[in-house]
Design a protein around this ligand. Structure first.
Ligand code: NDP
Length: 484
């Protein structure tokens, strides 16, 4: 098999196999071909991984931030050197076009390793002067063993977005990728070892939801960071609460993108394309409810259709191709079912809507117009290339409708009215907002959701607070006064 790793799991610095675990076939979404066969972690493997992370943690945390940062930065360099190989692997794992994976996956992972590697040496507590010469100082401490659980849309990126800040703070990690895309996290673990990481600080184990669930409830675990759907997030958050564990929840969305009459139509169409069809629509922060003001609605739809007709759909390994298959047959069928619901509930199909016949899990980029707020396709996360275009008249009306959702991951506005743009983003109930662009997620900026879309933030300096805690030390410079 083309991409068979040495073994399914990476524990304590080495590949480990246990064929007693349920088999996991890795399928190349462009052809349906099985490219690797792995095994889900047995309870023994889970135990081994957690023991490895636990044993390595104190020594890793005792290293200076500069030393820890150096390991992460070396790993970033190795990832960049191997970007093409890692991107080819990611394309096979996910089906995303190589044109995308070359610039958005290992590169984004490397950015996280470099950024948090750079921060590691400057992570400190503070000195707080008090009256009479007394003072408090705080010590920023690692949490301990952290569990990362990933979704299948950005496997390398997720493995690094969780691993890099965790390791920078002196934690160790057990990471479980989605069983749909298990290959690239193993490469991240390998690269960290090559970069000089002590054994056991970053372990990868495979498995279905049950393996994730067993990690979340284990007493050795101090923190759980999940990227996944809202239903899974609810379960994981509740399970983690039982052990009073720290959590970060990066969950789903149904984000609004508002396009006013005065917007630059080409830019708005570009934003809508990026926010609906990149990675065949399998992006959590996608702006799938596109509210277009009535004055430009038809012009917007015309340009959108014209530009979609130029999308190059096909073999994701061909670097000219910019629209690939969905990650799995199951995910494609979920999205196609939503298309049928859209039609049945009276939305107007203006582009695509069908499976592309032949091998692989391809469906057309799809646009519905005349979508109304109550329709299923306007309320539920589809996680596929299906855009809903809704009309609106006034700013006040669209603001209320944009926020009328349980989700709050992202939101965007296209307008040339400067003050309106800022007024709109101030009103958005969402964690990540965009003005005249969409779906950029640089490591320097916090990323995450509000409402049902999540808890906590990834990336930026804020991520440090989610992977460390403060110890307060009160120092008295005076005699101790007691009442008796
Ligand atoms: P799922 O919620 O189905 O799964 C996420 C991960 O959790 C998988 O590794 C899954 O394993 C695991 N899991 C499932 N059940 C449990 C459990 N009870 N305890 C612990 N772990 C469990 O999401 P998908 O993989 O289908 O990914 C798509 C979702 O992820 C979308 O909703 C999307 O919006 C969201 N997402 C959010 C992002 C963000 O940053 N906010 C970014 C990317 C995606 P298994 O796959 O084996 O079931």
């Amino acid at each position: 098999m083309k991409f068979q790793p040495k073994a399914s799991h990476f524990i304590n610095g080495a590949y480990v196999e246990d064929t007693n675990g349920a088999p996991i076939d890795v399928i190349y979404p462009a052809t349906g071909e099985v490219i690797a066969r792995l095994h889900s972690a047995t309870p023994e493997i889970v135990d081994q991984a957690l023991n490895s992370a636990k044993a390595a943690q104190a020594e890793w945390a005792a290293m200076s931030g500069t030393e820890r940062g150096r390991v992460l930065r070396r790993a970033a360099d190795i990832m960049r050197d191997r970007n093409r190989d890692l991107s080819v692997l990611e394309t096979h794992d996910t089906g995303k076009p190589l044109q995308e994976t070359l610039v958005a996956d290992a590169t984004s992972g490397a950015d996280a390793l470099e950024y948090f590697g750079g921060l590691a040496a400057s992570l400190t507590g503070e000195h707080i002067p008090l009256g009479g010469g007394d003072f408090v100082y705080t010590i920023r401490e690692a949490l301990g063993v952290c569990v990362g659980i990933g979704a299948w849309n950005y496997p390398t990126q997720i493995a690094c977005w969780k691993g890099a800040p965790a390791l920078a703070c002196g934690n160790t990690m057990v990471f479980k990728p989605s069983e749909t895309t298990p290959l690239s996290a193993l490469k991240v673990a390998e690269i960290l070892i090559e970069a000089g990481a002590p054994k056991g600080i970053y372990n990868v184990i495979q498995g279905y939801g049950d393996v994730g669930a067993s990690l979340v409830t284990d007493a050795r675990v101090a923190k759980v960071s999940l990227t996944g759907s809202v239903p899974t997030g609810r379960k994981v958050y509740a399970a983690a609460a039982d052990g009073m564990k720290h959590v970060t929840m990066e969950l789903g969305g149904k984000s609004p993108m508002i396009v006013f009459n005065d917007a630059d139509i080409e830019n708005a169409v570009s934003g809508a394309i990026l926010g609906n069809f990149y990675s065949s629509g399998q992006v959590c922060s996608n702006g799938t409810r596109v509210f277009v003001q009535k004055g430009i609605k038809e012009a917007f739809l015309t340009r959108l259709s014209e530009r979609l007709a130029t999308a190059k759909i096909g073999d994701p390994l061909d670097e000219e191709v910019n629209f690939g298959p969905m990650v799995s047959e199951n995910q494609m069928n979920i999205a196609l079912d939503y298309v049928e619901k859209g039609k049945a509930e009276g939305a107007r199909l203006v582009y695509g809507g069908a499976r592309i016949e032949g091998e692989g899990f391809y469906m057309q980029p799809t646009v519905f117009a005349d979508v109304t707020d109550g329709m299923t396709i306007a309320r539920e996360e589809i996680f596929g290339p299906v855009m809903s275009v809704l009309d609106f008249d006034t700013e006040q009306e669209v603001m209320a409708r944009a926020n009328d959702t349980e989700f709050g991951l992202a939101a965007g506005v296209f307008t040339n009215d400067l003050t309106r743009a800022h007024r709109i983003v101030a009103g958005f109930e969402a964690g990540t907002c965009y003005i005249n662009t969409y779906n950029l997620a640089p490591v320097e900026a916090p990323f995450g959701g509000s409402k049902m879309s999540g808890v906590g933030r990834e990336n930026s300096k804020l991520a440090i607070n989610h992977f460390s805690e403060m110890k307060t030390v009160y120092v008295s410079m005076n005699d101790v006064e007691a009442p008796y």
